[in-house]
Design a binder for this molecule. Sequence first.
Ligand SMILES: Nc1ncnc2c1ncn2[C@@H]1O[C@H](COP(=O)(O)OP(=O)(O)OP(=O)(O)O)[C@@H](O)[C@H]1O
Ligand SMILES: [Mg+2]
Length: 376
Amino acid sequence: MIIKTLTVDGFKNLRNVILSFDDKMNILCGENAQGKTNLIEAMWICTGLKSFRGTKDKDFIGLDRDSFHIDLCFEDRQRNQTISFNMSKNNIKEKAVFLNGVKLSAPSKLFSSLNCVIFTPEDLELSKGRPENRRRFLDLSVSQIKHSYLGVINKYDDIINQRNRLLKNIALGISQKEELDIWDEQLSKLGSYISVLRYAYTKRLSRTAAALYRDITSGREELSLKLSSTVFESLEGRDDYSGEMYEEYLNRLKENIDEDMSLGYTQAGIHRDDLVTYINGLPSREYGSQGQNRSVALVLKLAQAYILSDEIGDSPVMLLDDVLSELDPTRQEFVISRINNMQVFITCCEENKISRQTKGKFFEIKNGLAREIIRG
Ligand SMILES: Nc1ncnc2c1ncn2[C@@H]1O[C@H](COP(=O)(O)OP(=O)(O)OP(=O)(O)O)[C@@H](O)[C@H]1O
Ligand SMILES: [Mg+2]
């Protein structure tokens, strides 16, 4: 998949940006706060997903602007396609999004047209950081290959919030215990299904990431992954999410009711799962060095891109925001060598940090404007 051209105006600080890209390597250079990440974000929202840095839709529009426009042309295996994403201040809910000139009912309908993998410095904390980051990573990965999944996750989140509110109300004597039943049934149904999908993805991820990890450590260390569930003892070979697994999930919720009530939240469920990473059999989060955990995070992201590539039969566009400058030369080289058949966008603050040998197009981003620079 290749992004050919991009036009952006009024998105955050970006103004009159008209760029045409290299099929392989694109380097976006500029000082801090000039608009590099904004440019990456403008491409990212054309995937139909929410901002990777949590920007609310209304904050996409430039502070001194009434609207923004993004036009992006890309090429996949079959054809050239165009995405147009427009939003105006006086009607934030009503986004005008077009795919090949046809108006879509919502940005999420863009999903699966343009496929990108975003890699930021926060991702380097993936294996060391908080479990919720790993859950988010897993869920985004699964949803990129199974589009209905995101809706399932959102529904689960809604219901868990309702259940937690109800738990507090029962403790206060405002609501009855029996009112939990309806939420528990829905949680068990969705939670079992999510567990099956997360488990299947983790298995696939484990295989792909282990091979990459063997490469980066020259065969000295072995990486393995496990989905740790607060509901199921083992998920191996299980797929009966509407039968036995559903019953087990429901029982687990029932067992915990009294404790959940005193705590005011639901202790067991997929919202407490974790993706545990092991190096030579030991959990890397506790035992691994900073460097080992960085390598684990790197290979997880690369594996995510490989699996997506496998699934869609085309390589996703790699968006590396500020990530290369965070890595030592060996790891930089490793990443670049593993994505050299994909289109890549890299942001950096100092152009001279990028090797003179690097082929591709260079762009300067300054005060919301962008232009191609020819290196002498
Ligand atoms: N809605 C908005 N309207 C106008 N400007 C905005 C808006 N949202 C963010 N900005 C500004 O955009 C500028 C550039 O942000 P961006 O994150 O793209 O910088 P960057 O070039 O990636 O910098 P860094 O190297 O520090 O990561 C910031 O100064 C920010 O204040
Ligand atoms: Mg940035």
